[in-house]
Design a protein around this ligand. Sequence first.
Ligand code: SAM
Length: 235
Amino acid sequence: MEKFQVTLLTLFPEMFPGFLGHSLAGKARENGLWDYHTVNIRDFAQDIHKTVDDTPYGGGAGMVMRADIIEKALLSLKTPGRLIYLSPRGKPLTQELVQELSHEPSLTLLCGRYEGVDQRILDACAFEEISVGDYVLSGGEPAALILMDACIRLLPGVMGNVNTAQEESFSSVSGGLLEYPHYTRPAVWTDASGKNYSVPETLTSGNHAKIAEWRRKQTQEITRLRRPDLLVKKE
Ligand code: SAM
């Protein structure tokens, strides 16, 4: 199995590996299952002030990252692999897309700042645009970390129990729907005010067929209430 490699084109290399240096992802990196390297776009600036952006043609607020400087950063890479620009305008990052990306041997993630990047670099290099949600972040770095985290946990050998990864919300095993609720000991929990909360009886019955049926129904119901769009997608 080839190591999953990510190159980050960024103005803030110190933001990596961030939380990916800890827990499962951190251990997986120590075990050689994935790695990353950062390329500071500012290192490719041509002037004494290390300028990487300029005002937008047509006017308006903010600054735009220059295509010529990003191209120089990109040309410095030996094996860029699949080129991705993190962008609120991109296609949504779904579990299906994460699954696909986790099979790529190498990804290059371009992290925008300010108003974003000059459209011509995206067109010229055929960057794929991916969004982590319908909201605007101040930079592509947190979006890149989210995308990487979702991919890394799917790499073989990262999760202790392979089935855990497969039985989750959005997975094919769950039919692309939301996961059922979980419970653990104690079987009856008494909260600080003295109120008792029991675990659903079926889960303590030991009847595996009944438990599977209960979970299937919960998955359907939670999805119907919270994300009916996922049920429509299935039809
Ligand atoms: N002017 C842009 C717009 O309205 O679409 C937003 C620019 S945002 C302030 C700066 C950078 O953050 C973007 O270039 C992009 O790389 C990143 N970014 C912001 N929101 C994101 C999201 N939802 N998904 C992925 N990247 C995002």
